[in-house]
Each structure stands twice: as structure tokens, then as C-alpha cells.
Design a binder for this molecule. Sequence first.
Ligand code: SAM
Length: 222
Amino acid sequence: MKRRASYGPERRQMVEKQLRARGIRDSSLLEAFLEVPRHRFVPDKWVERAYDDGPIPIGHDQTVSQPYMIAAMVQAARVSPGNRVLEIGTGSGYQAALLSAMKAQVFTVERIPELADQAATRLDELGHRDVEVRVADGTLGWEEFAPFKSVIVGAASPRIPEPLLQQLGETGRLVIPVGRDYSQVLHVVTRRGDGYRTKRAERCIFVPLIGKFAWKRKPAVH
Ligand code: SAM
């Protein structure tokens, strides 16, 4: 499929109708959505649907999440310039590009090597050369670069992985969908010293987080 040059009008419409109208207010996040070309993160056959209000398949049974869901998670994580952010589930690299556009220091972990490679190449091509991409089980976090100001998990877990809690810095925030197969709730955990406060936010549906501290393998329905 031939790609049109910019998709600027589609991006502006996505920001107004899908994000601002639903309560996304973080101005640097909205700017990042205007800036990052989502159509560069989806397979060719999905390019014309890149700015639709939903997730898009990216191969290997995975998706790039719905724009609103990404926005809700990043907004809940309260990302500021210079913050060290750990993303679990690189997928297409789109969310990592948004975080990079917000001037965060991004560390992203993906368990499927082909997706991680593609994402790293795209991020590089688009000038996000400061994003560190790693192939590994993200439920273990990324000890070497901890503590993190924010941890954002883009896949659903039956529980909150303990290493991710341990790698949160003082006042850090962890955002993760928790629940079963097709029914999860976004959890926002804030660290205060040695304690954690958990708030339950909205309902959501994500692909499973597969690893030592989450699902041991794909749940049957996926
Ligand atoms: N935010 C991503 C984007 O912008 O494209 C989409 C994330 S996608 C919904 C979830 C990703 O989590 C998939 O690519 C999947 O392979 C990955 N994943 C699942 N379990 C994982 C684990 N234990 N460690 C790292 N990545 C994992």
C-alpha cells in the first residue's frame, strides 16, 4: 500500500475526538500524539486504519494498543521530561516513541525478538535514538537501570509482578492492567517510601503478559 506523506489531519482528529474529548489533559502527551506518525508503526495493510479508535494487529498475535488506552496509561504514569521510564511490551515501538517525544529516558522490554528488532529499527529511523530496547522477560523489570520514575506495562497480568514494584523509585508510579483473560482493570500503584498505594482505574482489554511473574504461557482464550 502506498503511504501518504503525513496524515497530519488524521492525527489532529485522533487527538481531538479520541483523546481530548475523553479527558486526556496532559499537554506534552497530546503534543507527542500530534508529533509521532502512528502510521509508521503498523503493517502496510493497516496504514489507512492507523488513526482509527482501536488496537491494530502488528503480527505474532500482538497489537499496537488503542490510542486512548495508551494515553490513559501514560497520563496515569505522570511522565515528565528527563524521567526514567520502563515500558514492558515494546510491541510496535509506538508508545516508546511517544514517551521519547515527551523527553523521557525510555527503557523498553519485549519478549518477541522480531517485534523488538522491528521496533528498534523504526525508532532509530524516526530519530528516537535515545530509546533502549531489550529482548527479555519484562516481568523481571530491568534491574540495571532501576529505579524508575514510571513503569508502564502494556499487557495484562493476573497479578502485579513483584520485581516491577521493587524497581519503582520513591514516589514512582506503576500502571498495569490486572485481571483475567478478557476482563481487566487498569491499576495505578504509587510508591511512598516502603509502602504502595493502589488505585483501580478503568476497565480494559489487553493481550496477556507472559513471563515468570505473570501468565506462565498464553491463557487458553488468546
Ligand atoms: N505499547 C505497545 C505499542 O505501542 O505497540 C503495544 C504493546 S502490545 C499490546 C503488548 C506487548 O507485550 C506485545 O508485544 C507482547 O509480545 C509483549 N509482552 C507480553 N509479555 C511480555 C513480557 N513478559 N515481557 C516483555 N514483553 C511482553
